[in-house]
Design a protein around this ligand. Sequence first.
Ligand code: CS2
Length: 462
Amino acid sequence: MMRQTPPRAVEIVHLGLGAFFRAHGAIYIEDAAPTGWGILGVSLQSPAMHDRLAPQGGAYTALEIGPDGETARRVEVVQRVLVARHDPMAVLTAMAGPAVKIVTLTVTEKGYCHDPATGRLNPLHPDILHDLGADLPLSAPGYLVRALSLRRAAGTAPFTVLSCDNLPGNGRLVRRVVLDLAARIDPALADWIADTARFPSCMVDRIVPATNEGDIARVTALTGFHDAAPVVHEPFRQWVIEDDFVGSTRPDLARAGVQMVRDVTPFEEMKLRMLNGTHSALAYVGYLAGFETVADAATTPVMAAYLRHLWRHEIIPTLTAPPGVDLHAYADALFARYANPSIRHRTWQIAMDGSQKLPQRLLGTIAANINARRPCPGLMLAVAAWMIYASGTGLDGAAIDVRDPMASQLRACATTSDPVAAVLGLGAVFPEALAVRIAPGVQAAYAALKSKGALGAVRGMA
Ligand code: CS2
């Protein structure tokens, strides 16, 4: 498959060119701007996306799968793809170019090299240790800082940094790690970035399972073209962005349906707690119960009741509804999205990187419940299920392929005499005061999972 539209000028560099951005941000940007605002996509490490997309000139198919059928569309807003590991200088040169106005990121939670419990840069992270002393970086914060430094030296205005990862206050978080790193390299650079760059926070939403070989065959059958890098996604999409860009320079995103707001916090808390929180609960409890996909888990009555219970009694009471949103209707819509049987979103995929996801998805909600003296056994159960999942051995004794930057520490905790206490002692995930307060609830849920099995524990909880 080849490009059909004329090239666009590159004005956006995107770090972390995975399926999610290609099915979400890229499509919004293409819809917002008929010309210009082309995207240079960067994979930080793996050459896989480059090798698939470059021969297609950056073009790919987005396959929307709804309950009533599927529609394919070509997306051609990505102009070029680079692999940072292979050509760091080309990435920095592109990011430093005056035509580039925005750097967007989907580098996943762990890509910010922060401490999940505090949101601050982890100065002992191996990539950060490297980036402190090297002009050619490894980490996403390293690329942002070095590129901003080149722009400052050349007298070029900074770019806007737009994090599109599922982190609370993602703009503030990336700003903090960038300033922390810059201050360690050159305090004057940190001051310049703080004064002149912009880091709007945003809430992103679209369910996009990893593309598999079956999807590739399906797209070829539907379009008649072989596409080595299609994306598959649900019909729903939402993007809410704080309207705070350097020089107010950005595509007309509202034209594509993006909500431009002053404060994204209520949207982001709603989404992280109601969607991502229950996604993670379904992933851990569901995986232990033997469900392969979210749809399989969510449509099983006992799990459906668990989900409804979580939303109604343990999550919605902790939230302030964003303007014009009915949280119960939002929950109903989420349930319908999860139940879409054509979207095969694997529990294993969502279960990845739990140590980086738990704080914003489950722990903040638990803390809010504890402060309000509201019991939250369902969330405790999700945390305990994560602990068993992350031990690397399921309730049936089968090995689990755990992907998590803290996997070896988590596995080691499981071999101690009190695994729950050992995991709660991991300060990078659990602030100490919270660990003390949740210990009894998590211990009880852990014991229930071990003695009654995953579905038994869910039934016993309600
Ligand atoms: C999921 C998210 O993989 C995960 O952890 O919870 O990717 C989720 O599908 C998106 O945030 C939906 O917008």
